[in-house]
Each structure stands twice: as C-alpha cells, then as structure tokens.
Design a protein around this ligand. Structure first.
Ligand code: MG
Length: 383
C-alpha cells in the first residue's frame, strides 16, 4: 500500500504582511489561512498523514486554528524554510511515506484538482513534481534606483507554486546533503541533487498570501453568490397609518400583526435568511413570544444582517416590491429606501424599493391588506 504524507510549512514570520499576527493565522472567510491549507490535505482521500511545521512562538495560534482537525502534532521549524522542511521530513520519517507533498501554509486556496495532479504524476514515476504557471507579463530586471537594466527573456520561464510532490526518500536524502544552504523551494533541493523534476499545471487562484491586499484578493475567490426570496402579507385594521420599511406613512388604516406589521422589513428579513439557508423570521422570533408584541421590525432585519456578518458574508442587493392599492408609495420611496439601507447597514444604492398593484384583483385589490416580496442577493464564503 502506498503512503502519502503532506507537509505544510508555516514557520515563517512574514515581515511584509505588516501585522502582529503572522499571515498564516490571519482570518480568511471565517477561518485562519493555515486552516484552509490544512483542510485541503486532510480532505483529500489519497493523503494519509498531514503534518505542519510551525514557529515555536505560534503554539497557541496553531492550537486554536486547528481545533478538531485530524493532524499529527506540529513540529518546530528552523531559521530558514529549507531547514523547516528538513525538520518536518525527519518527523515524518517514522511513517515511512512513499511520497510527500510539501505546501506553503500561506497558500490557502489549494484545490483538490492540483493535489491530485501532483499525486498522479508521482504515481507515474516522477521523482519530483511541481505545479507551474506561465508568465504573461514581460520581465524587467531593475537596478537599486528602480531603473530598468534589461528585459529578461521569458521563454520557458514559469512561476513555481506548491504543493510540490516528491518520492519521500529522495527528498529526505537531498535535504540531508544540502543542509545549510538557503534554497527557497524543495524542487531546488532536488535539482541540486541532480534529479529531474516534472511539472503540472498550477492554478492562478493558488496565491501565496504575502501582503494584506492578497487576503482581499483571495477572499473573492472563496465567496459564492446566493439569492433568497421572502414574502409577507399583513391585513388592514382600523388606525391612522402603516409602517413600511421603518417609515410611518399616514393613511386611514393600519396593518395588524404581532409586531409593527412592517411587511417590507419582514419580507426583506426572510429573503436574507433564505439566502443564508438559516430558517425564517418565525423561527428566530416566534409570534408566541410576548417580547415581540408591537416590536419595531428594524430589529428583525438587523438580526438577519448580523447572521450574515457572522458567516463572513455581505449583502449585495435587496429588491423589494410592495403590492397594494394604498397607500401610494412613490412620495415616500426615497425615505423608505434610505431607511432600509440604514437598517441593513449598506449604501442606498444596494436597496431597490418598488410598488405595484394587482389591478383591483384579489385581497390587495380589495384593499384588505398589503403584500410584499423581496429578493436578496448576498455573498458568503463557499461552504
Ligand atoms: Mg409579517
């Protein structure tokens, strides 16, 4: 039986990242960068053991980042990346793996496909294999003053990514033999030993987090767009006005309901909860609870936005259509839009407020009540 180990290297300090917390432990779409990387390997069915090499100062961060994950106890790295990998390989030796994949802990978006490409090339007999990307830009060498000295020929030049895969014993021996040098990846260690390294296609999303901006770029590729719908109706009763989108609009009736019967905010709340797959307004605020009697409905929408925040998501757009013969919404449209935007904590441009009638048909046509439908578009981390 073939044994495949993964070694995730996360012992660096990342001085370019400009934060007290090392970049491997920065939060990205609800979990630390390193956890994304580790999860990719523990989730791959061909990989038997996963080991991280960490900085001795990072024990607490690592423990909290990896809570509940199926990993070997971490080992401490050395003063260079090369030294850290060597220490990791020595710790893995007792498992006698046939192959090892070495991955940068600061590359959170490592797809199952790239891992499988590396493994299948190893199974086909390669001593080492490396994912690469072709370079589209022209390469310029510059001097200390930032001026161009020459144009670098980019023919056959590629960018090296990780995970890089190796026959375990070959990489182990090569590291023992070139100890003390400062090679920046493991393919270089194998090259130094005179062994051939094959290449497979890399993945443009598999970026290495180096600066804060990289976190934002990476986040976009981890987000998915979701749509949710909401619908609500409240019946008219005696009164002197209705509350729509948090705005009181005087008329010769009011809306009956357990809360303030704001159909717009109720439909909007359900649309967001729907997009999150997080139940509906009645689940979170049961009408049997006396606390919500007469309650201002902004708390419901605000709650749905909080749930979205907690999931690392954001509201992209709310499109709300009120269906009634009266009141006329158009004189109040701007105020209602601004009110909903304020409750949802987004710019006005992300809220659309529309109104229509049913041409005198049905319960809204008979002026028995107001209906409202809402469509929410949200972004959330892919789960
Ligand atoms: Mg309602």
């Amino acid at each position: 039986m073939t044994t495949i180990a993964a070694l995730v290297v996360a012992a660096g300090r990342g001085t370019r990242f400009g934060s007290v917390l090392p970049k491997q432990y920065a939060m990205l779409a609800g979990k630390p960068v390193i956890r994304h990387a580790l999860d990719a390997f523990t989730a791959n069915s061909q990989i038997d053991v996963v080991l991280a090499v960490i900085h001795p100062d990072d024990h607490l961060e690592y423990a909290s980042a990896t809570d509940g994950a199926a990993l070997l106890p971490p080992v401490h790295g050395g003063s260079t990346r090369q030294e850290s990998v060597k220490l990791g390989l020595e710790a893995l030796a007792e498992f006698k793996p046939d192959f090892v994949l070495v991955h940068d802990g600061a590359r959170p978006i490592v797809s199952n496909e790239i891992i499988d490409r590396v493994i299948s090339t190893l199974l086909n007999g390669a001593d080492g294999v490396l994912p690469v990307l072709l370079i589209a830009e022209t390469l310029k060498r510059i001097d200390e003053t930032g001026h161009v000295t020459d144009t670098v020929d980019r023919t056959n030049v590629t960018r090296a990514q990780t995970p890089q895969g190796f026959k375990f014993q070959k990489l182990f021996d090569a590291h023992q033999n070139c100890s003390g040098q400062s090679l920046t990846d493991d393919a270089a260690v194998l090259e130094q030993a005179g062994l051939r390294v094959a290449t497979v296609a890399g993945d443009p999303d598999n970026i290495k987090i180096t600066e804060q901006q990289d976190l934002h770029t990476t986040l976009q590729s981890l987000m998915e767009t979701r749509i949710g719908s909401g619908f609500d109706v409240h019946r008219f009763g005696d009164g002197d006005g209705v509350t729509l989108g948090g705005v009181f609009i005087p008329m010769d009736k009011s809306l009956l309901g357990h809360s303030d019967a704001d159909v717009m905010l109720h439909a909007a709340t359900d649309a967001i909860l729907g997009a999150l797959g997080d139940g509906d307004i009645g689940v979170h605020f049961p009408p049997t609870n006396a606390e919500y009697k007469g309650a201002s409905s902004d708390r419901f929408l605000s709650f749905a936005i909080d749930r979205l925040d907690q999931r690392g998501g954001a509201l992209v757009h709310l499109d709300i259509t009120v269906i009634c013969e009266a009141p006329k919404l158009s004189p109040h449209r701007d105020k209602v839009q601004k009110s909903i935007a304020a409750i949802a904590r987004v710019p006005d441009s992300r809220i659309s407020v529309k109104a229509t009638t049913t041409e005198g048909l049905g319960f809204t046509g008979r002026k028995e009540g107001i209906a409202c439908q809402a469509i929410a578009t949200i972004k959330v981390p892919t789960s």
